[in-house]
Design a protein around this ligand. Structure first.
Ligand code: GLY
Length: 395
């Protein structure tokens, strides 16, 4: 990890000042989000929003993809911010769907179990002490643990473990799945989940982060020898470019592991990854979909911006007051958040049932390009809750 270069913050003075973002503006944004949640409450009672919108409108889908829990997570955030029972009931009503998915092993050949069960079930357990949610989340952690490949020291991202095309492939997004494993060790007392997560985060740091502090989206390991093979992309511009959302997953994922391990090297690495990201933001602070672009007609990815805000705030919370980056990361988070509030919310698009415009799911796949993406909406809500309240993460 120490071989990774630190660019520092190169954009002179850009993050020295906080913007004029007030708590009231953040509260107004939360009020707008709650209005959208209310509007969707009946539609997505027994179904879930599609991963990305079409013409800024989410369709109803089943509990099959990696994304349904971003909606359930928003219901929990709505419950926490208002105390209104309707949100708790709506979130609890969906627990059966997550239980069924894990018990019937439907669409569980994925590392995304972390996203899915942290925001739906760990959240339910942490907020309400729901024992059934805890049991289901532990079962999901067991399925995630099965994906740990001991020789390679990683959790395989996608597909059946015997599928040669996917074998030994880790992806940067997986950092967000590790909190489920850390949590499982805490509540079960069994260290195996934590050891797997710890090993994965070290391998991710060693191989997914390049020497210049940019990231590969995905990296293959040899599952027999444990040797590193090569990096490649799935959703970025090219194998050697830096997919913006991947870098944002790094900015948020590494400090989340730090919460559990207190390994200072993870914070050092996060700073380098964050600086690389911040140095490549355009004037309005919202990244293009790949950091190879810093101007021009390419699409932004507002969802990467919202994830980065949460990550910068998480990182800053672990830095001492004496570290100048603490304030700079808070300022950077505020600049990004202000821009999202002012220019990217769906306020002026009344037909939309989403929250954040101008996200990109997969540009190479031509899927959800310049649309709302449900995780962008979730992280926008989480970011606003973080800056307005003393919030304890579900992660
Ligand atoms: N985890 C999938 C994505 O970020 O698109």
């Amino acid at each position: 990890m120490s071989q990774v270069k630190d660019e520092g913050i190169r954009v002179d003075g850009k993050y020295e000042q906080a913007p004029s973002l007030t708590k009231e503006r953040c509260e107004e944004a939360i009020t707008f989000i709650l209005g959208q949640v209310d509007r969707n409450l009946e539609t997505f009672k027994d179904t879930f929003p599609s991963e990305a919108s079409t013409d800024n409108v989410y369709r109803q889908v089943g509990n099959t993809e990696w994304t349904p829990a971003f909606w359930t997570g928003m219901l929990w955030l709505a419950y926490e911010t208002t105390g209104a029972e309707k949100y708790r009931q709506a979130a609890e009503n969906q627990l059966g769907s997550y239980r069924q998915r894990v018990e019937e092993r439907r669409y569980t050949d994925t590392h995304d179990l972390g996203f899915l069960y942290t925001l739906s079930c760990v959240s339910a357990y942490k907020l309400t002490g729901n024992e059934e949610a805890k049991r289901v989340a532990l079962e999901a952690a067991d399925l995630l643990y099965i994906r740990y490949l001991e020789k390679a020291g990683i959790i395989q991202a996608w597909g059946n473990l015997s599928d040669p095309k996917q074998q030994g492939r880790m992806i940067i997004d997986c950092l967000m799945n590790l909190p489920l494993l850390f949590w499982a060790s805490e509540v079960s007392g069994d260290r195996k989940y934590r050891d797997a997560a710890d090993s994965h985060v070290r391998q991710a740091a060693a191989y997914l982060i390049r020497e210049d502090a940019s990231s590969f989206h995905t990296f293959y390991m040899d599952t027999e020898t444990g040797a590193p093979k090569y990096g490649s992309t799935a959703q970025g511009y090219s194998d050697d470019s830096c997919w913006s959302r991947g870098q944002a997953w790094g900015i948020y994922g590494f400090p989340l592991s730090y919460r559990y391990t207190e390994d200072e090297e993870l914070i050092d690495l996060t700073k380098k990854v964050a600086n690389y990201f911040l140095n490549r933001l355009p004037d309005d602070y919202v990244a293009y979909w790949d950091l190879i672009f810093t101007g021009g007609p390419e699409e932004r990815d507002s969802s990467a911006a919202a994830i980065a805000v949460c990550g910068l705030l998480e990182t800053s919370s672990h830095l001492p007051l004496t570290d100048p980056l603490k304030r700079q990361y808070e300022n950077a988070a505020s600049h990004i958040l202000e821009s999202l509030i002012d220019n990217y919310m769906t306020r002026d698009v009344p037909s939309s049932n989403g929250i954040l415009l101008h996200a990109v799911y997969s540009k190479p796949g031509n899927n959800g390009v310049d649309e709302c993406c449900i995780w962008g909406d979730y992280y926008m809500f989480e970011a606003l809750v973080r800056v307005t309240r003393d919030w304890k993460p579900y992660w």
